[in-house]
Design a protein around this ligand. Sequence first.
Ligand SMILES: NC(=O)c1ccc[n+]([C@@H]2O[C@H](COP(=O)([O-])OP(=O)(O)OC[C@H]3O[C@@H](n4cnc5c(N)ncnc54)[C@H](OP(=O)(O)O)[C@@H]3O)[C@@H](O)[C@H]2O)c1
Length: 263
Amino acid sequence: MVETTARTVGIIGVGEIATFLVQGLTRAAAAGRAMPALVLSPRGRERAAVIARETGATIAADNAEVVERGDLVIVATRPAQTLAAISGLPWREGQVLLSVVAGVQVEKLASAAAPATIVRSIPVTCSALGLSPTAMWPDEPRAHDLLARLGTVHPMPDEAAFEAACVLGAFYGWVYALVERATETTAAAGVPASDARAIVAGMVGGAAAMVRHRPEVSVEHMLAELATPGGVTRLGLDVLARHEALDAWDAAWRAVHDRLRGT
Ligand SMILES: NC(=O)c1ccc[n+]([C@@H]2O[C@H](COP(=O)([O-])OP(=O)(O)OC[C@H]3O[C@@H](n4cnc5c(N)ncnc54)[C@H](OP(=O)(O)O)[C@@H]3O)[C@@H](O)[C@H]2O)c1
């Protein structure tokens, strides 16, 4: 029978994103999903110790123990650290290596972690709230089941599509830059800072909700509904166009895509 749930999840690379992933798993467990047993790599022991205290996770003696114990092992190191972190470990047939690392291709991961099944994904920090829209490739039942506890899962048809979807992991960060700038400008004009922050966040969340909940309507049409001729939304869009603001976002998208593809 094909296993569809990982009972023991190892984590190699207990840094920022791993912490948010664990928070998401804990949240899903509070909502009734089974909590997998967690086995953490020992490097960065202080952070691992906090997670262990809060979740009952085990801190392994070394990365080899993480691989020995995990049905599924998440690797969440920085890209340049990844191949060294997963090489020479006792990977076995039927085990899943779930990478959340941007820009390290399946072929390289497979050569370092054979004969494990390799899966790539790009969950983001709102995994902690169960809201990550996570691209993955290839689709694999245990990895899919785990990622589904952290939000929506979007299996990609091939690695090229996955790499393009990975750019949106960086886009997620750029949204924060936009939120920060709009909040600061609004607060500087006299709106109490906490209100400015809440209103800006509500506008971004509200726009995202409308796009998600009206899938039959094009985003272009929704924008046309908002930007009536002579109105202030139209005025601002014209200013943004004069500053080539959207072209700049395209340029950022392409720069990240090139980096991820190693071009
Ligand atoms: N941050 C995000 O929101 C986000 C979102 C999606 C994907 N990612 C991906 O997640 C990866 C990690 O990002 P991050 O922001 O979480 O980085 P991070 O905070 O630097 O975490 C990486 C962790 O891996 C540890 N590490 C390095 N080599 C190791 C080894 N050989 N064995 C065990 N642990 C090792 C590091 O320890 P040291 O500090 O001692 O080196 C550090 O604790 C990146 O590749 C990124 O592409 C991040």
